[in-house]
Structure formats: C-alpha cells, structure tokens
Design a protein around this ligand. Structure first.
Ligand SMILES: NC(=O)c1ccc[n+]([C@@H]2O[C@H](COP(=O)([O-])OP(=O)(O)OC[C@H]3O[C@@H](n4cnc5c(N)ncnc54)[C@H](O)[C@@H]3O)[C@@H](O)[C@H]2O)c1
Ligand SMILES: O=C(O)[C@H](O)CO
Length: 329
C-alpha cells in the first residue's frame, strides 16, 4: 500500500506531481482548510505532512497515528511541539539556507526604510503635502558608517551584517554565548554582552529563533538600554519582543523607530496601533516572500519529504536524533 502525504499550502503543480509519483497526496491549498473535517480525516491516514504556517499542536499529532515525517516550509520551527515529536519519533525537517539572502534583504529594507523614513515620506507625497523642499523635521538619519548590533548572528544575522559592513561601512556588533571568530575576522565584528550591544548600537537587529530562552528577550528593560535615537529591527519572531513595551518606548520617544516584519499575533489585529505610528515600518511577515525563494523553500520541503519517507537522510532535519534512534531499532 502506498504511503500518504498531507500537503498544506504553497506547493505548485510540479511539486505535487513529483510527490504523487511515489505517494498518495491530499493537498489543502487554503489556510481555512486546516479547520475542515477533510483535512483531519486525511491527517488520520498520513505518513508525511508538508506544511507552511500551520500551528501544529500535540493534539494534532495525536490525531495522526501513522505520522513519520513533517517537512516544514520554513526555517523557524517554533510552530511545532518538538518534545512531542521526539517522543513519537517523528522527524521534523525545515528549510535553512535557501531563504537566508532574501530574508537578509528584507532585514536591510527595514533598516533603510526606518532610517530614511521612506514609507512615511512616500505617504506624505501621496497625500499632496510636497509643496516645497522638505525641512529638518522630515530628515532621516544615516545608515552608512553607523553601528549595527546583531541579536542573533546565525545565517540570516550574518547575511544582514555582511550587507551592513561590506555595502555600508557599518560597525558590526553581536551578542552570542560563544564567539564567531570567522565572522569577527571577515566583518571586524565585535562580541558584546546584550546590555553593551543595546547601549552602543544605532540599529539593533533581532534574528534569533523563538524559544523559551528568547521569548520577550527584548523587554521594557532592554528597550530602556537602547540609545534614544536607536532603531529596532525585528526579522525573527514577534514574541521575541515585548510588543506592549515596544509601543510605549516608541510613543514616549525612548527609542527612535522600529522596523517590524513579525508580530506577537499574526495577522496583526486591526486594533494594533503599530502600523499607524509614523516611526514604525510594519510589514506582513514577508522576510522570504519572493517568487524565487518561496519556490525554493517548497522544493526543499518536497526533497526532505521524499528522502525521509524513502528511508534516506533528508537535507535539513531539525531533530536528526530521531534518525539515529530509528537506525538502532
Ligand atoms: N521574517 C521572516 O520571514 C523570517 C524568515 C526566515 C527566518 N526567520 C526567523 O529567523 C530565525 C533565524 O533564522 P536563521 O536561519 O538565521 O537561524 P540560525 O539558527 O542560523 O541563527 C540563529 C542564531 O541565533 C542565536 N541565538 C539563539 N538564542 C540566542 C540568544 N538568546 N542571544 C543571542 N543569540 C542567540 C543562535 O546561536 C544562532 O546562531 C528563524 O528561527 C526564524 O524564526 C524569519
Ligand atoms: O521561518 C521562516 O522560514 C519564515 O518565517 C517563513 O515563514
């Protein structure tokens, strides 16, 4: 009997055909499908689950007794109950690397847009205010030559820092438990404590994964340590920043501006003041959202799934210890 895969969103016809050469595939294209009885019936029979943007709970895992592998179409895996997956020996795969450069582009877009007030001033032009050349009240601040403090200096953090250092002559600082000598050499990056980094950076850019240690890492005390004109960029996950404390810090002029791709709750609730604040650039979680990169991420998930269900090592497993345990049985 052929194994079955549930595919939830973002796969194209070619990718579905590729999977269907080997497996029976139930494809659910829309976010709302996750609430449908058909989705749950398919999951009850599935050996593989390929998904983007689905909150996978332990209960959902319980309702999928045959599940062997999940291939997430994302690098972040805070949407998955890792302890439950490990208990059940379910392999989880993600999509690192293929989205790094595109997400770093988005991070730098936020740096430029906040510093130069691009969105605010484009609206000002659209609203018909451009009657004479602008005065200092609408000037922005330089990006080149400034200090860029990276909270999270992994793949995406390093790619953002590379843009800042090599393209804009920025001084790179980072905070991490262990040093990164190769990046220190390449970019002249300086390792500091989080407190020192916050106090000395013109731009603080958050690119850590969300987990128990990083939730609300940037809280009200951290925001108070930032420079008065400091700009906070979040390309990681909304919950890494205490959003209420951030709104207060922006409202009271404690920090200069924020460029945010991610939020505590997504989609952003209509009552959130953030998109309306002149010193905020708010984007709808578009870090990796280009045609090329989203296709590459979906393809990586398909490749991971095909390898894993065939009993081979996938390209990017999150919990490879499951493979070791399976091999020893
Ligand atoms: N906005 C988007 O669309 C988008 C796109 C891709 C990834 N992301 C997010 O970005 C995250 C990072 O992706 P990546 O590929 O760079 O991952 P990565 O694992 O290469 O880098 C994360 C780095 O953060 C470091 N880190 C962890 N906890 C830390 C802490 N408390 N203080 C300082 N550093 C800490 C890790 O050691 C690691 O080096 C993902 O987990 C995801 O949540 C968002
Ligand atoms: O983690 C990721 O890959 C991005 O946030 C896309 O969802």
């Amino acid at each position: 009997m052929r194994k079955r895969i549930v595919a939830f969103r973002r796969l194209n016809q070619e990718q579905l055909t590729q999977l269907r050469q080997h497996y029976d595939v139930d494809f659910f294209e829309h976010h709302e499908d996750a609430d449908s009885p058909a989705f749950h019936a398919a999951l009850a029979k599935a050996h593989g689950l390929i998904t983007a943007g689905l909150k996978v709970t332990p209960q959902l895992i319980d309702s999928a007794p045959h599940l062997e592998t999940i291939a997430s179409i994302s690098v972040g895996y805070d949407n998955y109950p890792l302890a439950t997956l490990n208990e059940r020996n379910i392999l989880l795969c993600n999509t690192p690397d293929v989205l790094t450069e595109t997400t770093a582009d988005t991070g730098f877009l936020l740096i430029m847009a906040t510093a130069r007030r691009a969105i605010e001033l484009a609206s000002w032009v659209k609203d018909g205010h451009w009657k004479s050349s602008i005065g200092p009240d609408l000037f922005g601040s330089d990006v080149h030559g400034k200090t860029l403090g990276m909270v999270g200096f992994g793949r995406i953090g390093a790619a953002i820092a590379r843009r800042g250092s090599l393209g804009f002559g920025m001084q790179i600082r980072y905070t991490m438990a262990s040093p990164k000598p190769e990046l220190e050499k390449e970019l002249g990056a300086q390792r500091l404590s989080l407190q020192e980094l916050l106090a000395t950076s013109d731009f603080v850019c958050v690119s850590v994964p969300l987990n128990a240690d990083t939730e609300k890492l940037i809280d009200s005390a951290a925001l108070k340590r930032m420079k008065p004109n400091g700009i906070l960029i979040n390309i990681s996950r909304g919950k890494v920043i205490d959003e209420q404390a951030l709104i207060e810090a922006l409202n009271t002029g404690q920090i200069g501006a924020a460029g945010l791709d991610v939020f505590e709750q997504e989609p952003l609730p209509v009552e959130s003041p953030l998109p309306y604040m002149p010193n905020v650039v708010a984007l709808p979680h578009i870090g990796s959202a280009t045609h090329e990169t989203r296709a590459a991420m979906a393809q990586r998930a398909v490749d991971n799934m095909l390898l894993a269900l065939a009993g081979s090592n996938p390209i990017s497993p999150v919990n490879p210890e499951v493979l070791t345990r399976r091999a020893s049985v």
